[in-house]
Design a protein around this ligand. Sequence first.
Ligand SMILES: [Zn+2]
Ligand SMILES: [Zn+2]
Length: 380
Amino acid sequence: MEEKVLRFNNLPRPNTSPTGLPNHWVFGVCHVDLEPQGDLVIAVNPKSSFLKQAGPAQILKLGTAAEKAEATISCLLDAFIKADATNSPTFAPWTWSTLDSVTAQAVQDALKKHGVKSEICRVGVCTAEEIDILESPPLLTVFPGDISRCHNCRMSRESFFVPLKKCSKCNSAYYHSRGCQKDHWKDHKHDCRRLASGTYSPLEYYDIKASVDPNAPSPRKRNRVSISSTVVAYKRADTACGLPLHRLVFTGQDTPANMKLLFGQDVKKIKTDHEDARIQVLLDPPVGSPAHVFNLQWHDPSLTRAPRPATEAEENMIKEVRQIQAMIRNRVGVGKSPSTNDMKAIIVEAFGANWVDKLPVYQLATNTIDQGVPAGGHRY
Ligand SMILES: [Zn+2]
Ligand SMILES: [Zn+2]
């Protein structure tokens, strides 16, 4: 538990997800009535329907709220620490809520007791509004260097009769008005100082430099960004490797030679991330899937999808995921989110006694199926 807490405390903790959705999660425990009997801890981002889960563990049959909370947080931390096969960067929640105040209090106490950073210990109670949130489109995030929209109000540049003006200090933030620039300063000032001094994370390097510099795309050039600077920026190398890795896999450039050029000595460390990125690209998450929304951060219309062919093992994994997705569609319809009850029914039917080992497959299937999640939707 101690090590788990340490890893959790070291996760980056942005207040929005990489694509700008509030980094807010609703979590709960659900029982799976099958051998082996067990409870899963499930965390869902209400805006994207992105699902994280961990377990099984024995939770619900424990006696007191404190005992249940103790078992719950062990899984809950796992759910956030573990990378999943959609290759989304791991990060700790900014805020989180659960279904009732007794559970919230007990979980909060347990987190505190184990030394989880105090700012994350606060556990809220789900509001009725969260149900409304599920139905409204997510707000786009804007990364430094994005010239397509105002970084404060996030309206696209086509909405204005005047060209966007950029922040003269860092040249990386764009605004449609002085008012928007002023409003945004409290969020931007930290990035501004860093970017103005020329310190980029690899992610920003891609957005600010490589995306506008036609000579930048070769892995050799990209290699100028050392992964050690990544570690400073993101604490975890694999988080910031997501974009370059995704691009190499997406374009089929993830040859051993290129991987070595880009990631140097870290190539071994990101082996799992590489495998996850492959599966994710091969599954080609459609519009409306949580993975698609999360992966918008990597969207680059100039790239052509041409992943290297799937290996036999990958083919088998994809087949399994597609079968689960067919079951989900049969049960809940197209473009809908499966509930936890649907999940229980499906994993029981699909995997029988194997269900514990197969949870990651279910998770991958739901995150890469169209659940009707609005991708970059705007309500303007
Ligand atoms: Zn604006
Ligand atoms: Zn600036």
